[in-house]
Design a protein around this ligand. Sequence first.
Ligand code: SF4
Ligand code: SF4
Length: 377
Amino acid sequence: MNALETTPTPIAAPVGILAELTHRCPLGCPYCSNPIELEQRAGELETHDWMRVFSEAAAIGILHAHLSGGEPAARRDLVEIVAHCKKVGLYTNLITSGIGLTQERLKQLADAGLDHVQLSIQDAAPESADRIAGYKGAFARKMDVAKWVNEAGLPLTVNAVIHRANIARAGRMVEFAVELGARRVEIAHTQYYGWALVNRKALMPSRAQVDKAVAEVEALRETYAGKIVIDHVIPDYYARYPKACMGGWAKRTLNVNPHGKVLPCHAAETIPGLEFWNVRDHSLGDIWFNAPAFNAFRGTEWMREPCRSCPRKTVDFGGCRCQALALTGDARNADPICHLSPHHDKVSEIAATFDEVDENVPASDYNYRMLKTQVPA
Ligand code: SF4
Ligand code: SF4
């Protein structure tokens, strides 16, 4: 793999930092994007470590801090962290399940300078929502949290991951987000890696269900124009070209995990042989510009054919490295979503498995996402 020193294009500063403050979370969503090997509480960065990280982020030009997890509200120092982000000039977005927030705590966060809240919902139907989350009472608590967010004067985004248990209500979730007072809603069809891959059989909808849900949500754009912004992430198995994953590897954002390891994307650790640096040993700027994992797939020099000579190589950057690895066995290959990839048949095989799903068969039991310390003996 080429190191960046051989690439003439200067490296721009990142725009955003996704801070996984903790992997602890009271919910157990079977599609959770956290890694299967979750980081334990022991070893989490301390408050002063995070403050240094956010100071360094601001110093290299980062604008947005996404405070995520796990459930970030599980950190007792969340208000302090938000106040520090405000002090160093970062725009803060709290990505939360809502569990662990009280009205008083939300008020403290707003007073500390929190800019935005992104609240996940599992379904618009209470019983199903609690079953998907693996947490009784989660739905009711989220309704309270949405109300408190509005009362605190904070802008709200609602996000919902779509799969077999809730796909019949994909359109309803847009309406539901409007009712909750959200200004933006993200309807994202499940991407099958990590926990979602473990649960693929239980989560996968039929192709007919996907087509219906996609059409339904798209039609709502007109209905709700001017009332709510709809971000719609549709399955890419039927696309001709891949998405520009992360806007390009190490181009716009970085992730810091609870123990301080810095990743170009949350699934990057699935790629063997990459060397990740930690904020305990290096400054964030040093990591962004010099860490081997960041330079491994930055720019276009690392590309093979057909990407190397493709005019779209600076548009989609060859798609997703983790998907290329998962489906072709080599992260340097073109994302096989691309119809030009010699491995595109793998994607056609997966697309065909949607056709085999019997939508009348209820989702089987989930392997709920859990920290090892939570797993019953
Ligand atoms: S997806 Fe669910 S389990 Fe994973 S961090 Fe978010 S709320 Fe917790
Ligand atoms: S060949 Fe590579 S760069 Fe070209 S469209 Fe396909 S994935 Fe993108």
